[in-house]
Design a protein around this ligand. Structure first.
Ligand SMILES: *[C@@H]1O[C@H](CO)[C@@H](O)[C@H](O)[C@H]1NC(C)=O
Length: 326
């Protein structure tokens, strides 16, 4: 064996000793750092203005109250639905428009896998339909479906138009998808083909003259949500809205969530440095900071009331009823 510091076990080591001073100081420090961060996050979350509207129930005509399936599947029945939204307080641009679905399990194993990554990425792999069954080939000619699979097939197809005092609010639908998805996952030379041609229509159709890398609604949709209630970005409104503005929203209520008892909402929201509304982050910080302060106080009191000399082994064996063993 080489005679080195390593083999002789003489490497430098840090052997911290958790003295009361250190423990109390560290807990106090964590408390003093975390509580202000928590308060700032909660404050930022309070600044976010959110205007939600649940419409799956409100847009169901009273005639079809007990028969939503006839309504949603009826090709001749108008799905247009006009609602009003009141802006509670001033909203600064950009205002994000989200749709929110509930009871929709995009995280189901079969659903998540039902796509073909190679096919999405390059034209050369257009015929690759991997695990896309049953949305892999067209029923008649056995032509491959691009993009194949259930994830693409079930693309959300409700649309919204907003206006404020009879003036249209433009929704910018550019840059709503992740840049990395557009660059690395969806090819710029892959165009939709034979999509949504089966007898059962799953959702939105795609414009066949736009490559997948530019189909941002599809890219947003195919970044599957982890939880059954989720929001996805629909677009951005790039003008400010004032308090008490009455926004008219014209909804095309196409997407069938009635079948599985899911709800649909449209949400306008501003953001701050913590992102959208999120009280949890602030509460978690304040809770951890508060607990640390409590611990530091408890340790301080214990230390002041019953100090124990550091490194005195007698305290391990001593108790009230027996004599000291030494
Ligand atoms: C929208 O999707 C539903 C399925 O959820 C489908 O039945 C309907 O035909 C689609 N409508 C349009 C206009 O794409």
């Amino acid at each position: 064996m080489v005679d080195s510091r390593f083999s002789q076990q003489e490497l430098h080591a840090w052997q911290p000793i958790l003295t009361p001073g250190w423990v109390i100081a560290i807990f106090t420090f964590i408390g003093l750092v975390f509580i202000p961060i928590g308060v700032a996050s909660l404050f930022a979350s309070e600044q976010v203005v959110e205007v939600p509207l649940r419409y799956d129930d409100q847009c169901l005509p009273s005639l079809y109250k007990d028969d939503a399936m006839t309504y949603i599947k009826g090709n001749r029945i108008s799905k247009t639905c006009t609602k009003k939204l009141t802006v509670k307080s001033k909203m600064k641009a950009p205002i994000y428009v989200y749709y929110q679905l509930s009871n929709f399990y995009q995280n189901h194993r079969h659903y998540v896998k039902s796509r073909d990554h190679k096919q999405l990425r390059s034209k050369a792999d257009e015929n690759d339909v991997g695990k896309c069954f049953p949305e892999d080939y067209t029923a008649n000619g056995y032509l491959p479906v691009v993009p194949c699979g259930l994830a693409a097939w079930s693309l959300f197809n409700d649309t919204y138009r907003f206006s404020n005092n009879n003036k249209d609010l433009v929704i910018n639908k550019k840059n709503i998808a992740w840049k990395s998805d557009q660059k690395a996952k969806f090819g710029s030379d892959v165009y939709p083909k034979n999509f949504q041609t089966g007898s059962l229509i799953g959702g939105a159709r795609l414009n066949e003259s736009i490559p997948l890398s530019e189909q941002e609604d599809l890219i947003v949709w195919m970044r599957t949500a982890a939880l059954p209630t989720f929001r996805k970005l629909y677009g951005k409104i790039e003008v400010d809205l004032e308090a008490n503005d009455e926004i008219t929203v014209v909804i095309e209520n196409n997407y069938n969530t009635y079948q599985f008892g899911g709800t649909k909402s449209v949400i306008l929201s501003t953001t701050t440095w913590i992102g959208g509304k999120n009280d949890f982050l602030g509460i978690a910080y304040i809770l951890i900071g508060g607990l640390s302060l409590v611990y530091s106080l408890v340790f301080l009191l214990m230390y002041l009331m019953k100090p124990r000399p550091l490194g005195d082994p007698r305290y391990l064996t001593w108790n009230k009823n027996s004599k000291c063993l030494n």
